[in-house]
Design a protein around this ligand. Structure first.
Ligand code: IVH
Length: 681
């Protein structure tokens, strides 16, 4: 059906209205439309778009929530690397930063010439957004700063991120790259955790983990429910001759707001370091009243010209620094010391403490690392201790307040037998770790199975910690191989397990048989073999037989694999129980051969490098997402809309307006077969 002029206009009009209403609500915090009115317009738009799907644009308000969960995220190269910031923890360190950058500049700058912008350092997850001709085309997580994950679908669900920039007076900007921080407001974080606790799910340790974890959710519908928010803090514009629209960070922040972003309102223009220091001190206490977590202040030189002159060190800009607040510490009392047995058999002592508030979360357990550390700090049950939570690290006990020690306490002694299986433990000379070495210890087995099913390994959905414990405790599973013997009947005997869920689990387990050899190798849990090492090893040894036959020196010869790893891998394959396990898993049908030659990062197909692709219509064999992933993997770029910058349009059946536009712009079209042909190097 062909839409009438009036319908096309109506669609545009509703979109504009909804965009304005959303902006007022989510960015300005000043609603202009009743919810019911919004809903009515939204439904009308949805109906029109169902009628005329070719009129759907990526920036339509209906496109915020993706329909289908993704199977994986594609790793993509950042347009501009995401640098980190150097840290300072006090005003003296801030001053030495100033001396350092001054040394890099000609001496004509007197202190009075300099302006700083002080911003709050939002404790969330960094995100890079690309807008092409004003439309959001890509959202990429930080990753390692060079490569990140394409999480565009999830980013679209964040209401304070505009799908289309407000571009008044900026019509000739082609490409805009905006960076900022995704975060969860504290009240939302608390609600999510309360819900999770009620549902018996593991709670998030802090808002940052919750935000980062949510961004990595494969199902955008779940992301949409989590109410993530976003503050923008950097702006890069390309394709504009006159770059004078923003010459300073201060102006960039203003421009970002005009474009429709939320910018944290607490930034301040400072003319001296003393002013910066005041700002830092003021926010040290004031931040506790804030609706979101901050962990410091970011100080930036305001002038872009100065920023350019100073440039970057290996990893950080010289023109900015993170002035952090000291890790939060709090006193509490050790009530018990328990010993946890992990997947590798390592015994980790844990202090179980009176719950205490630390950096916005409640902490009741802290690691004591190992027995040496306990002896060194002389931590005893009943002691009042200082716990600290610093950055990424899980809480730890820093010291004991000996003055508050009750009478009759005893030093803690590491058990001589595994607290789970009762077998003697060993501590090898030169090692700090005490281990249980009983291969059939239930704790080790549980850890191994949890590792096998984990996301980066065989990624078996629905098999969580609780289920694993039940499976092992009920004797249903004695090794990862036993997972594949589970039947719905066997599973139904477990607590709170219905027929449907049981069937789903069995099929999820069976599906893991298709997972690639690299994941299987990672899943085996060989010491020092993380997912990156597993990838490196399986690229070299494309079958398990090759790896089994490899000499230690062959393994060490793999780029990126050091002596310690090589030794661990070599020894693992010498153990006969491990060989038995491999034979069994092979018989079950797991993959021990690389099916496809994986490409190393940077191994880019020339035909794709620097080229922009759009995929449209229904392809004969590939899903659109799969085609996009293949293109990206080969180094090409995929965007959602056709413009004169598009190099190729991959077309399937029932292609709509994109094909028309591509024809008008004389863009090269490719069939799926031609695309696959091009992908062969
Ligand atoms: S600017 C080139 N500004 O802190 C440097 N970063 O520790 C660009 N962060 O990766 C960063 N609030 O994720 C900047 N107002 C702010 C920030 C901020 C939080 C994060 C960001 C960065 C990390 C560095």
């Amino acid at each position: 059906m062909i839409p009438t002029q009036a319908e096309v206009k109506r669609i545009e009009e509703i979109r504009r209205l909804l965009q304005q209403a959303s902006y007022a609500y989510y960015v300005l915090d000043a609603p202009i439309m009743e919810d019911t009115v919004y809903d009515r317009f939204y439904r009308e738009l949805q109906e029109l778009e169902t009628q005329y799907p070719e009129l759907i644009t990526p920036d339509s308000p209906t496109q915020r929530v993706g329909e289908r969960p993704a199977t994986h995220f594609t790793s993509v190269r950042h347009n501009i690397p995401l640098y980190s910031l150097e840290n300072a923890f006090n005003v003296e360190e801030l001053q030495s930063w100033e001396q350092r950058w001054r040394r890099h500049l000609p001496s004509q700058y007197s202190p009075g010439d300099i302006e700083y912008v002080a911003e709050l350092k939002i404790d969330g997850a960094a995100l890079a957004l690309t807008y092409e001709n004003g439309v959001l085309t890509r959202g990429v997580s930080r990753g390692d700063g060079v490569m990140g994950e394409d999480i565009t679908q999830n980013v679209r669900t964040i209401r304070s991120i505009p799908l289309r920039l407000n571009f008044d007076g900026l019509a000739n900007i082609e490409k805009v790259e905006v960076r900022g921080e995704v975060f969860l407001p504290l009240d939302v974080f608390q609600q999510i955790n309360e819900k999770r606790q009620k549902a018996g799910e593991q709670v998030f340790a802090n808002p940052r983990n919750a935000a980062a974890g949510t961004l990595r959710q494969l199902d955008p519908r779940i992301v949409a429910q989590r109410q993530l928010d976003f503050f923008a803090y950097t702006l890069h514009i390309t394709g504009l001759d006159d770059s004078s629209i923003a010459n300073t960070q201060w102006e960039a922040l203003e421009l970002l707001q005009k474009m429709g972003f939320r910018v944290d309102a607490n930034h301040k223009l400072c003319h001296t370091l003393e002013e910066v220091a005041e700002y830092y001190q003021y926010w040290d206490t004031e931040r506790l009243n804030s609706a979101y977590m901050t962990d410091g202040v970011v100080v930036k030189l305001n002038s872009f010209r100065l920023q350019e002159q100073l440039g970057f060190t290996q990893k950080c800009p010289r023109w900015a620094i993170a002035l952090k607040y000291a890790a939060e510490e709090a006193p509490t009392r050790v009530e018990r010391i328990t010993v946890n047995v992990g997947r590798t058999g390592a015994l980790t002592p844990l202090a179980e403490m009176l719950p205490v508030q630390l950096a916005g979360t409640t902490v009741s357990r802290a690691t004591l690392h190992n027995s040496d550390r306990i002896t060194l700090l002389d931590i005893r049950i009943g002691d009042t201790v200082i716990v600290r939570k610093a950055g990424e690290i899980i809480p730890e006990v820093v010291r004991v307040i000996k003055e508050l020690r009750p009478a009759d306490t005893q030093p803690f002694i590491m058990p001589t037998h595994c607290p789970v299986c009762g077998q003697p433990v060993v501590r090898e000379s030169g090692e700090a770790v005490t281990r249980c070495v009983n291969a059939s210890c239930a704790a080790i087995l549980k850890g191994e199975i949890e590792h096998w099913v984990s996301r980066d390994a065989l990624d078996i959905k629905g098999v969580g910690e609780k289920l694993v414990h039940q499976l092992v405790d009920k004797g249903l599973v004695h090794s990862v191989g036993d997972l594949y013997d589970l039947t719905p009947e066997k599973l139904c005997a477990l607590e709170r397990m219905g027929q449907k869920s049981a069937e789903k689990l069995v099929s999820a387990i069976a599906k893991s048989k298709n997972k690639p050899w690299s994941r299987v190798l990672y899943g085996l849990g060989i010491r020092h073999v993380g997912s990156v090492n597993a990838q490196l090893l399986t690229e070299k040894f494309t079958t398990v037989e090759q790896l089994t036959a490899a000499r230690q020196s062959d393994i060490e010869g793999v780029y990126g694999i050091g002596a310690e790893i090589a030794q661990s891998v070599y020894q693992w394959f010498r153990i006969s129980a491990n060989q038995t396990l491999i034979s069994r898993l092979q018989a079950i049908g797991l993959q021990f051969i690389s099916t496809e030659e994986p490409k190393a990062a940077g191994d880019i197909n020339e035909k794709f490098a620097g080229k922009t692709f759009v995929v449209t219509g229904t392809l004969p064999t590939l899903k659109r997402d799969e085609a996009k992933a293949l293109i990206q993997k080969a180094g090409g770029k995929v965007t959602d809309s056709v413009s004169k910058k598009t190099d190729f349009l991959v077309v399937g059946e029932d292609a709509g307006s994109k094909l028309e536009k591509a024809q008008a712009l004389e863009i090269t079209q490719l069939s799926e077969a031609q695309l696959l042909e091009m992908l062969k190097i």
